[in-house]
Structure formats: C-alpha cells, structure tokens
Design a protein around this ligand. Sequence first.
Ligand SMILES: [Fe+2]
Length: 381
Amino acid sequence: MPATSLTRSSGKKKSLVKKVNSEKEKTRVSKTSEEISKNLIKGLKLPIVYSPSSPEKADLKHLTNWIKKNQKEIQRDLLIYGAILFRGFNIGSSENFEKVALGLDSNLSEAYLGTSPRDKKTKFVHTASELPSAYPIMQHAEMSFLNKPPKKLFFYAKVAPSKNGETPITDLRTVLREMPSHISDKVEKQGIKYIRHYDGPGASRYSLWKTKPWNEMFKTIDKKEAEKEIKKQDFDHEWLPGNKLRLINSQVGVRKHPISGSKAWHNHSQTFHIDSPRLEYQYVFKRQKTLRGLGVYLILSLLTGIKKLFSKSEDLDVHATYGDGSEISNKDIKTIIGVFWKNIQIFSWQKDDILYIDNYSVSHGRLPFVGPREIQVAWTE
Ligand SMILES: [Fe+2]
C-alpha cells in the first residue's frame, strides 16, 4: 500500500505526513530498504510495520544497532502513525524485549497505577494483564486518569495466541475528530470524574468491574504509605469498612500531544462505565461468534441490569461521569464505543512481535481469547 494512503487527517498533519512520505519514498530505496522494510497490514491504517529486509537482518544485535542509528526516523514515524510494529525479528525473551524497548526509549518506568493485575518479568517488563481470558479490555490510553500518563508503551508477543486475543489499537486523534460535538465539547470543557472502589489485602485480583486490590496497586499493605502516593496523584480518598478504599479524581478528557500539539481523546470514560462491558461485547460477539461469547454477553447484561437496579452510581466499583458529576448516559457511552469500533484496527499477533505505541495518540485494548497467550508490556515515564 502506498504511504500516501495513510493520510487521513487535518491540514497540518496532512502536510506533515506528505512531507514525511516524500522523504520516506527517498529513504525507502536507499538506507532503509537495505535494512528494514516498512509496510501496512492489508486493510489497516495502523500500525506501520517494520520488518527485516532479509533473514540475516533479523537478529537482535542488528535490530538494536539499527534503532540506535535511526532514532530520528523512528520517532518521526511514531509521531505520525502513533504505532509501529516490529515484526520478524528474533527477540526470544523478556530480557531482549526490554533491551529493544530501552533502545527505543531509555526512560522506561516501573511505576504502575493502572487497573490491570500484572506480573513482573524483568525490571521494566510485566505481563500486560492477568484478567481472565473471557474479559474484554476496552480501548484506553494507558493510565489516562493520571496527571502524567506514560508517553509511550511497548507490547511484546512472548506467546502469540493461535486465535483471537488481539490487542486492537485506535487512533485517538481520529476518535476526537469523529466524536459528536455534544459529547467531545463537554468532555474537553469539563474533563472526566472517576470514582473507584478497591478491596484490600487478600481480595481477588480478578473482578470484572472492580480493579485489583489497593495493596497491589500501591505495592504496600501500609495505609499511610498508600496515602503518600494517593496525595502525590491528587486523588481524594476515603477508607471504607472492610479495609476498602474509595478513590475519586477528576482529569482532563482531551490531551494535547507533548510534541506535535495535536489533540486526542484521552480518558477512561467508556472503560470505567457500568454499561461498557455489555456494549463492548456486542462488538466482540460480531467478531467471535462462540457459545462462550454469547454466554458472557448474557451474563454481563444480567449483572449490569442488577447492579444498576440495586447500586447508586457513586457506589459502583468503578464509575466515570462528566467532570461536573453528571452521568454519562447509556446513549452517550454507546456513541463513544461506536466511534472507537468504527476506527479500531485489529491485527493478529505473531510470536516475537513488538508493538511500539505513542500513548498520547493511540489507544489499545484486548479481545477475549482461548488457549495460551502471553503478551508483555513496558512503558516509559
Ligand atoms: Fe492498558
């Protein structure tokens, strides 16, 4: 597919893409064609795929050297496309994945205040999510509810699923542009308010609506230590009976990219909304017509109905409202999820794939799966 077909955006970005494309055409036949070829997966706008141009260029040392020498070009591609897939390289281990990630960005971080239970693999590498395989993970920018979300993310296919279990991605700049203005104006003006309830030490890590226990998030069972981080993150908190914790915070819902200045939809509104899992599964079920999928959808619908009937919205395990505290209606959430699914890009994992994401431009999620799958993650500051 010609590089120009990637262009799909506003004037400023169009001219930047055009300029980069013409430069890319020049480099394609010179330096990069000898080392790395760049393509798109058929039918997809994202990610741009970097592959070794010959088998001898696939080894780790060659890749890390190439990254060192071509940082400018890589960062330019990342700025434009928002996602780069390194495919066909011999990575082989979490340690080597970490080496590649460090080569791409030396500011890797260990701090994780997100909601998925994760297992540590190396200093900077964790499993992406230990949530059960039937759970859908909705599109989100990593930790968008924090003051300073990570700028970049890396996913690594240690064990690629044989079927399903994709990590779909979506261009958040497009999502913002295509969001109906009665929603995007409100989100941009008011931001999003998040209310989360956490169980304490000893509780299950695997609940669909609730996040992992607070001791796992704050890496301590000491409430005073947890409070230090809570204060640092500007969360309001309340300790509840049974060692439970309520966190409330407001955050912007649209962010400007720190380098390009382009605006993107940047919040967890649909990820933390009570109606989302059920609505998300309607789309999932269209792709994965399985008996389990139907069962999960019916159970989700039933549980959502019961929860909405018997719980006040502010007491739900996780909840998101507009910044002024007004509810995001079921209709609005349906629209938001619809815009994501109109633009979602889904590709199958191959073993040793590394997906490099600009967290200010592109979201990610996870589709349900059956069988072995191990996707690992690292992120920057
Ligand atoms: Fe995530």
